[in-house]
Design a binder for this molecule. Structure first.
Ligand code: F6P
Length: 357
């Protein structure tokens, strides 16, 4: 008999439900009635504050194509490294361990991003059996070539660029399309290439607004009626990169989003009419694409197999064409940034896409 706890933590993405179904179907197929599932509500909060429910096979059926998460989610519980909840005085880690022990869990399955992996690793070091699955539209989890959710978000972000293009062409306007990704720019990079953007601005490659302006001027001179600039949410200018973290936060609080700041800078450099488009959370919303359904399901199946083998303390990762377990202590606390000289950036540059660097 095995009893497995589940939680989804951090920003949601497409593929969370199929991933959970992948785990449960694999375990039901192998163990039948000898496996039970407990679902924690709203991420680690459910473990801390004892909010959970027993889940049946029916709870996991008909969710393969459904976006969001049937369990609810919340951001990781240690914002500002507060282990003790100031309102209740509870030690959050101790509460999670107590809940795990009270429920006599054999394993906790965590579907999460970077923050959630830090917590999963912490719980694993405290003796809990933990298996994790890498979710996020940002594809920024260290140790895996791909996270589920990213492909669907690339589709949506690319469609946002495509739809912007026709109105940009009709009105002869320059559009700044702001794509999610605060610290890491994979989503903007992929959508920018797929959408044929003139420039892609990433958090990892500080840019110069003057270079963006020259590119737009060049396009106009060459008879192009419009330009599309794909701006990652965390795109940063060379000047901003020189500021301390604190100075930058204060400056951003006064000046709005990355695309707002660029629009303002461009307005004093070029005469073109400029508009900003921010698809925002739409990129995380709706149903998973076929790739994410299949990929999340397979990751779930691989996690199920690991649980059957009694191997804990791992994240299931994609490496090349294989799904492999990666120890949590290798994953926790690291970010998979876009290397400024990676092949994708090089190809984009070869295609004539500017990074304004
Ligand atoms: O989790 C990924 C992500 O969508 C990032 O791309 C984005 O910067 C952030 O989450 C937004 O977070 P929130 O949903 O808390 O506004």
């Amino acid at each position: 008999m095995k009893r497995i706890g589940f939680l989804t933590s951090g920003g949601d993405c497409q593929g969370l439900n199929p991933a959970m179904r992948g785990v449960t179907e694999t375990l039901f197929a192998a163990m039948g009635k000898d496996v039970e599932f407990i679902g924690f509500e709203d991420g680690y909060k459910g473990m801390i504050y004892g909010k959970y429910r027993k889940m049946t096979r029916d709870d996991f059926s008909d969710i393969l194509n459904v976006g969001g998460t049937i369990l609810g989610t919340s951001r990781e519980p240690f914002k500002k490294i507060q282990i003790v909840d100031p309102e209740t005085g509870l030690d959050k880690v101790k509460e999670m361990i107590k809940t795990y022990e009270k429920l006599k869990l054999d394993c906790l399955v965590v579907l999460g991003g970077n923050g959630s992996h830090k917590t999963a690793h912490l719980l694993s070091t405290k003796g809990l059996n933990v298996v994790t699955l890498p979710k996020t539209i940002d594809n920024d989890i260290w140790g895996t070539d791909m996270t589920f959710g990213c492909h669907t978000a690339v589709e949506i972000a690319t469609e946002a660029i495509d739809r912007t293009r026709t109105t940009a062409a009709s009105h002869s306007r320059t559009f700044l399309v702001e794509i999610m990704g605060h610290k890491v720019g994979w989503l903007a990079l992929e959508a920018g290439i797929a959408g044929g953007a003139d420039a892609i601005l990433l958090p990892e490659i500080p840019y110069s607004p003057e270079k963006v302006a020259s590119l737009i001027k060049k396009n106009t001179k060459a008879g192009r009626k419009y330009s599309i600039i794909c701006v990652a949410e965390g795109a940063i200018t060379k000047e901003e990169a020189k500021m301390s973290k604190k100075e930058r936060a204060a400056y951003y609080a006064k000046t709005g989003t990355a695309s707002d700041r660029l629009a303002k800078a461009l307005s004093s450099l070029i005469p073109n009419e400029i508009r900003c488009v921010v698809p925002g959370h739409v990129q995380r919303g709706g149903n998973p694409c076929a790739y994410d359904r299949r990929f999340a399901t397979e990751l779930g199946a691989a996690a199920g197999q690991l649980i059957l083998e009694g191997k804990y303390g791992y994240m299931i990762a994609l490496r090349g064409n294989e799904l492999v377990p990666v120890p949590l202590d290798e994953v926790a606390g690291k970010l998979k940034l876009v290397p400024p000289d990676c092949a994708e950036v090089q190809y984009a540059k070869a295609l004539g896409i500017s990074f304004a660097d």
